[in-house]
Design a protein around this ligand. Structure first.
Ligand code: FCB
Length: 449
C-alpha cells in the first residue's frame, strides 16, 4: 500500500488566477485599457484570434465562483488586481467602481473563510502608461508605488498576503525581447530596463504595503526553473550557467541582496552592447527590501545544451522517456524538488509558497458530463509529492496554489490551452469540476493523500 503523505499543519491549499485571464468586462464600469487589451485586439497576436473581452466573465460571476472555491474547501485564493480597473490612466484619478469590485471579492472570500492572496501586477499594465514608455521607463516604477498605495489603503485592513509582481522574467523578456506577450517589443536593452524597473517597483512597494496593511506578509512571485546541463561537457555546463543566470539569478540575486549577477551583466554588455546605466544609486538596496516569503511558479525544468560547441559529448540527460504537457513542457517533479532545495540552500527565503503549478492537457467533456483529466491529476499529485519531499529536507514551504482554478485566457494561446481544475465551456460559461478538482478537494480535506 502507498504511504499516506501528510502536509504540515496549517499548510495553505489554494488555487490561482489572474485578472486579465478571467475577469472579462474589459471596458465596463470605468475600466481603462490595458496593454493586454491592446495586444489581443491587434490581429495576429493571439493564436485563436480571441481576446480577453469576456474570458470567464468572472467580473459578473464572481459570487458563484467563490461558492465553487468554498465547495472545494480552498483555504486560500490567489488572484490579481487589474491596475487599469482601479486607475484607468495608470496614475491619478481612482475608479471607485473598480476598487469596489475587489472590495466585494475580498469580503466574499473572507465570508467563506478563504484567505485572499493578492497579486498587484499580473501583466495588465494600463495602456496609458505604455504610451509613455511602459516598464522600460523609471516613471512606471513610481506609478506602481502609487497604485500599490491606493489598493493597499482600500484592502489592507482585510488582505494580509501581498504579492507585488507575478513573474518579472515573463513580463520583461516575453514582452520586450521575444515579443510574444504585450507590449510585443523585441529589444534586449528594453527587456533589461523593464526588468530593473519591475524589481525596483517591487522594492519600493514593500514598504508602502507594510505601512497600509498591518502585520501583512509581503513577497514577490518569480517563474523559476531547475536547469541541468545535458552532458558533462564544459560547453553544456557553461550553457546551463548562462540559462540559470538569465531565468533565475537575474532576479534572485538582486532580491536577496547580491546585486546583479556579473555573468549576466557581462553578457548584456558584450553580446548586446548594453549598458546598466539605468541602475541608480540606492536601487539595489531598494530591490533587496526584506520580504516575508518568496512565491515560486514552476511548471517544468530546463536542460541546457550548447549546440554550437565543438566538444559536445552525447547528452546524458535526455527526455526520451518523459511526458510532456500540451504546452510542450516536460513533466519533471524532480525539478521542483531540486529547485526548492536550491532556493533554500542558496537564498534562505523565510518562507516559500508555490504560487503556481499545474498543467494544460487537452480535456474532453465526457458523455457522463464529467472531465476525466487523469493526466492533470497525476501531474499535481507527483509535484505535490516532490514538494513534500522538499519539506522533509527542511525547505520552509508553507503552501501550494494550483494553476488554475478554472480554464481561462492563456495569453498568446487564447483559449486553446486548458489549465483549470474547473472546466469552463466558453460558449455558455458553464463550469464543471474536473476529476482533478474532486481529487484536490479530498487532498485539502485530508491535508494530504
Ligand atoms: C504562468 C503565468 C500564468 C499562466 C501560467 C500557465 O507563467 O503566470 O498566468 O499563464 O503560466
Amino acid at each position: 500500500m502507498n504511504q499516506f503523505i501528510s502536509f504540515p499543519e496549517n499548510f495553505v491549499w489554494g488555487a490561482a488566477t489572474s485578472s486579465h485571464q478571467i475577469e472579462g468586462a474589459w471596458n465596463e464600469d470605468g475600466k481603462g485599457e490595458s496593454i493586454w487589451d491592446r495586444f489581443n485586439h491587434t490581429p495576429g497576436k493571439i493564436w485563436d484570434g480571441s481576446t480577453g473581452d469576456i474570458a470567464c466573465d468572472h467580473y459578473h460571476r464572481w459570487r458563484e465562483d467563490l461558492d465553487r472555491m468554498q465547495k472545494l474547501g480552498l483555504k486560500a485564493y490567489r488572484f490579481s488586481i487589474s491596475w487599469p480597473r482601479v486607475l484607468p490612466k495608470g496614475r491619478g484619478k481612482v475608479n471607485q467602481a473598480g476598487l469596489d469590485f475587489y472590495n466585494r471579492l475580498v469580503d466574499g472570500l473572507l465570508e467563506r473563510e478563504i484567505t485572499p492572496f493578492v497579486t498587484l501586477y499580473h501583466w495588465d499594465l494600463p495602456q496609458a502608461l505604455q504610451d509613455k514608455g511602459g516598464w522600460p521607463e523609471r516613471a512606471t516604477a513610481h506609478a506602481f508605488v502609487e497604485y500599490a498605495d491606493v489598493v493597499s489603503r482600500a484592502l489592507g485592513d482585510r488582505v494580509k498576503h501581498w504579492i507585488t509582481h507575478n513573474e518579472p522574467w515573463v513580463a520583461a523578456f516575453m514582452g520586450h525581447l521575444l515579443g510574444v506577450h504585450a507590449p510585443g517589443l523585441q529589444d534586449f536593452t528594453l527587456a533589461m530596463r523593464a526588468s530593473h524597473h519591475i524589481l525596483l517597483s517591487h522594492g519600493w512597494a514593500v514598504e508602502v504595503l507594510r505601512r497600509n496593511s498591518a502585520n501583512a506578509q509581503v513577497g514577490i512571485t518569480l517563474s523559476l526553473q531547475d536547469v541541468t546541463p545535458a552532458s558533462p561537457s564544459h560547453a553544456d555546463y557553461q550553457a546551463a550557467r548562462h540559462l540559470d543566470a538569465y531565468l533565475n539569478r537575474l532576479f534572485l540575486d538582486p532580491l536577496y541582496g547580491r546585486g546583479y549577477p556579473a555573468d549576466m551583466v557581462a553578457y548584456f554588455q558584450q553580446e548586446h552592447g548594453g549598458s546598466m546605466n539605468f541602475v541608480q544609486a540606492g536601487d539595489l538596496e531598494a530591490i533587496a527590501a526584506h520580504t516575508d516569503f518568496l512565491g515560486v511558479n514552476n511548471y517544468t525544468r530546463q536542460i541546457a545544451r550548447d549546440a554550437r560547441a565543438a566538444e559536445n559529448l552525447p547528452p546524458t540527460i535526455t527526455t526520451e522517456n518523459s511526458e510532456f504537457t500540451e504546452m510542450g513542457w516536460e513533466v519533471c517533479p524532480e525539478g521542483l524538488y531540486r529547485l526548492l532545495n536550491r532556493l533554500h540552500f542558496d537564498y534562505q527565503p523565510r518562507c516559500i509558497y508555490i504560487t503556481e503549478n499545474g498543467a494544460a492537457f487537452p480535456d474532453q467533456l465526457s458523455e457522463d458530463g464529467r472531465v476525466h483529466d487523469e493526466a492533470r491529476l497525476r501531474f499535481i499529485r507527483d509535484y505535490l509529492r516532490a514538494a513534500h519531499r522538499a519539506i522533509q529536507c527542511g525547505v520552509p514551504l508553507a503552501g501550494y496554489f494550483v494553476w488554475s482554478l478554472m480554464d481561462n485566457f492563456e495569453w498568446a494561446y487564447g483559449y486553446t490551452k486548458r489549465f483549470g481544475i474547473i472546466y469552463v465551456d466558453f460558449e455558455n460559461q458553464q463550469r464543471i469540476f474536473k476529476d482533478s478538482a474532486l481529487w484536490f478537494r479530498e487532498v485539502i480535506a485530508n491535508n494530504g493523500f
